[in-house]
Design a protein. Structure first.
Length: 103
């Protein structure tokens, strides 16, 4: 194998690893947001509103505010956050598998 092909594979592997890590961090963020919104802790309410504003800007407009259901705990189940968390977890897994296959 030539040096150029080896360098391209290495670069592609590093890019895929970075995408996998970023998607995993986003999936974790949205999972935490789903739990916080469901529990509705009054102690963290101001910080939670700031995080919700940040997370809402990253949700695609087609999903924003959809599938929001009230819960008996006083919180809400944010279906839009849950869908984004599942999609980003799947992207993370796909990028990780693709990075492993470029060896």
């Amino acid at each position: 194998m030539s040096r150029v092909a080896s360098s391209v594979r290495r670069a592609l592997r590093n890019i895929l690893r970075a995408v996998a890590l970023l998607a995993l961090v986003l999936a974790a963020l949205y999972t935490v947001m789903v739990v916080l919104d469901a529990l509705k802790p009054d102690i963290l309410r101001v910080e939670q509103l700031k995080l919700d504003g940040f997370a809402m800007r990253m949700v695609p407009s087609a999903l924003a505010g959809r599938y929001v259901f009230p819960l008996p705990t006083g919180g809400v189940l944010r279906g839009d956050y849950l869908i984004v968390a599942i999609i980003t977890a799947a992207v993370s897994r796909g990028a990780h598998c693709a990075a492993r296959s470029t060896r």
